[in-house]
Design a binder for this molecule. Sequence first.
Ligand code: UDP
Ligand code: MG
Length: 317
Amino acid sequence: MQSVDIVVPCFNEASGIESFYAETRKVLDTIDGCIFHFIFINDGSSDKTPDILARFAKINSDSDYISLSRNFGKEAAIYAGLKFSTGDCVIVMDADLQHPPDLIPEMIAGIREGYDSCAAKRISRTGETFFRSGLSRAFYRISNKMTDVSLAEGVVDYRIMKRSVVDAVLSLGEVQRFSKGLFAWVGFDTKWIPYDNITRETGKSKWNYRNLFKYAMDGITSFSVLPLRLVTAMGFFISVIAFVYIIITLIKTLITGIDVPGYVTTLSAVLFLGGIVEISIGIIGEYIGHIYMEAKKRPIFIIKGTSLKKGGSDTNE
Ligand code: UDP
Ligand code: MG
C-alpha cells in the first residue's frame, strides 16, 4: 500500500474548492493500492476558503489544511505543502480544476512503471489570448537558451513525485522559488503526460502581465548568470568599436585638422551608451535584488494554524 499526499495551494478558491474535492475524490476512488491524503494550503485567502478547509479537515478523514499567516504566493504554498508531506509520493495540483484529476491514475501508473516523477504537460492553450500564449512561448524559448535546466514547453506545476524527488526539491532552500525550474533542476526520470488546457470555471486567475513579467525574470535570474555575461560581452564589443572609431577620428584629425561638426555622432553615441548602461545596471540590479532577498534568510512561509498533528512549528525552520 502506497501513501500519496496531494498538495493543493489555495488562494481565494471558496467558489470552486468543494467541486475540486468531489471531482478529485471520485477519481481517487477508482485507484487501488494507494491511500490518499489531501494537504490544502490556505495561502492567506480573504474569502471563505479557510472555513471550508477547516470543515473538510473535520469531516473528511483524508483532508488536512495548513493556513499561512498571509498571502505568500503559490510557490511558497507549494513548498509548505511539500515540507509537511509524509507520503511515499506527493502530487502537487491547482485547486481550480485546471489540472484535470483524470490524469492521476496515469501518474500513479507511471510511478509503478518505475519513473521517479510524472508531470503533466499542456499541449494546447485554448482560452488564452494570442498575445499571452505568444509571450509565454517566447519565455520558454529564451529561458531554455539561457539556463542549464530545460523547461519543456507547456510544463505546469501538476505532477507526482517520489519521496526522493520531494526531498531533493526541499533541499533547495531558496526563498524566491521558481518551482518549474526547481523540479527540472533536481533531475530524476520524469514521464510526461500531455493534456488539453482547460479554462478556469470559477473564481479568477491571479496572474496579470506585471506579475507574469516578474515570474519570468525570476525564472531566468534564478537559474542563469548568462544575462550578466551578455552585459560583459556587450561592454567588450562596444569598447572595441569605440576604440576603432577613436583611432579613425584621431588619424583624420591629424591629417585634416579639427573638424567641428559631429553633433549628431556625439548625441547618438551618448544616447546609445546611456541606454546600454541603464540596461546593464538594470540586469545587475536584478541579481543584486535576488542576493538581497536571499541574504535575509527569511522563512519562506509562516503558519497561522493547521489541522496536521505534527505541525507544531510556526515557521519553516
Ligand atoms: N495560488 C496560491 N497563491 C497565490 C496565487 C495562486 O496558492 O498567491 C493557487 C491558486 O489557488 C490555484 C493555483 O495556485 O490553486 C493556481 O493559481 P491560478 O489559477 O491563479 O493560476 P493559473 O492557473 O492562471 O496559472
Ligand atoms: Mg488556474
